[in-house]
Design a protein around this ligand. Structure first.
Ligand SMILES: NC(=O)c1ccc[n+]([C@@H]2O[C@H](COP(=O)([O-])OP(=O)(O)OC[C@H]3O[C@@H](n4cnc5c(N)ncnc54)[C@H](O)[C@@H]3O)[C@@H](O)[C@H]2O)c1
Length: 369
């Protein structure tokens, strides 16, 4: 029986914590067909395939050697992204990689270079900025609803990973921490709304050197923290806007907003950019109440549904680009996000503003004016 030419055959590399949510998400997209799962531990891949009815499983080599697989989704831990993404590109696959694109600027450059050399498309998370909330905010800004953006704030609080992730060790090693693990959602949202960042100044530190793991099915009881867990930064945007950013795994609770954008005519309040949907609110100078904006693109589900299950929008974006459409979650955008975030520790070490080398276009909005 021949393959369905209208469907893109997908393989997933990495059968860990997020795997099941990706599988459920991908099944919302009729053009995406999950055909294989691979893991460095093939027993994990076998179990994941059985649990989620994926037809084939194996290790990295088998996935790269499967000529029927067109796109690989890389959901290995961040520390392995660069090497595994480059291997997949060199095997002739298009790749959609989870965030962060890589864990260092040097590795990020190598990944970009491999995509160019191999002539393959590379997409990278986060893709939540393609969801209704950030698209609605972008539309409001482009329509001038709050006038000229002057400043923005973004606050990343603790994900409490020690309480739900069975093996959160990688989250507290170089290449992760709140800055590289959660920061990409916030910086991608800000850059999508305000354009590229020009410079970064930050102070960073480790909150506590050891952390206790309490998650069900945990494989460790305690973690050694080897990455900054509390960071406070100033971002200057090429547009002239100034961002105030806190990213912390030491702030367990706070009433600070997720993201706000301050314009000459009013304030825009955005929901958690780790999710696709949520209310975007505006309050102009003469308003007495906050107004909830109507979403400019469809919601994936009820706003309070477990929409983290909706993974796959970035892969749809990539296969759309294969067909000649705009590539929004593109590598230059992801690399710029990475450079912003890796500049936090660089600024702490050097005691100065870091001028960024990279820039990027604002991705094309999904709903143009
Ligand atoms: N867990 C989440 O809630 C979540 C949410 C959004 C994004 N992400 C991102 O998804 C990625 C994976 O996260 P996770 O929590 O599922 O990680 P995890 O540690 O639970 O699982 C990673 C899997 O990758 C496998 N692996 C490691 N090295 C490999 C290699 N070289 N080749 C093939 N397989 C390899 C491991 O055996 C493991 O099964 C990360 O980039 C993370 O930032 C995770």
């Amino acid at each position: 029986m021949g393959q369905d030419q209208t469907r893109h055959r997908i393989g997933i590399l990495g059968a860990g914590n997020i795997f099941g949510r990706y599988v459920e998400g991908l099944r919302n997209f009729p053009e995406l067909e999950l055909v294989r799962v691979a893991d460095v531990d093939p027993a994990r891949a076998k179990q994941a395939a059985a649990d989620h009815s994926v037809p084939a499983w194996g290790d990295d080599t088998e996935l790269l050697g499967d000529d029927s697989v067109e796109v690989i989704i890389n959901i290995t831990p961040p520390q392995f992204h660069a090497q595994t993404v480059i291997a997949a590109l060199e095997a002739g696959k298009h790749v959609y990689a989870e965030k962060p694109l890589a864990t260092t600027i040097e590795d990020g450059k190598a990944v970009l270079e491999a995509a160019r050399r191999c002539g393959r498309l590379l997409g990278s998370a986060p893709d939540t900025f393609l969801g209704s909330a950030i698209q609605t905010a972008r539309h409001a800004l482009d329509a001038g609803l709050i006038g000229e953006p002057v400043g923005a704030s973004a606050f990343v609080r603790h994900t409490r990973a020690e309480t739900w992730h069975p093996d959160p060790r990688a989250l507290f090693q170089p290449g992760a921490g709140p800055v590289l693990d959660m920061g990409p959602y916030y910086v991608a949202a800000l850059v999508n709304c305000l354009g590229p960042v020009r410079s970064v100044a930050a102070a960073t530190r480790i909150g506590a050197p050891k952390r206790t793991v309490t998650s069900p099915g945990r494989v460790v009881d305690e973690i050694d923290v080897e990455v900054s867990t509390h960071a406070s930064a100033v971002l200057t945007f090429a547009s002239g806007a100034i961002g105030t950013v806190l990213m912390s795994a030491d702030v367990w609770d706070t009433e600070l907003p997720r993201i706000e954008i301050y314009g000459t005519e009013g304030t825009l309040a955005l929901p958690n950019p780790n999710f696709f949907d949520g209310n975007v609110r505006v309050k102009r100078h003469n308003d007495t109440e906050w107004e909830v904006l109507s979403p400019v693109v469809g919601l994936f589900g009820a706003v309070d549904s477990p929409e983290q299950l909706r993974r796959g929008l970035g892969v749809q974006d990539l296969v759309g680009a294969l067909g000649g459409g705009p590539h929004r979650a593109n590598p230059e955008f992801a690399f710029h996000t990475l450079e912003v975030l890796t500049s936090f520790d660089a600024s702490q070490e050097e005691g100065r503003f870091i001028e960024l080398e990279s820039t990027c276009e604002r991705p094309q909005p999904r709903q143009s004016l």
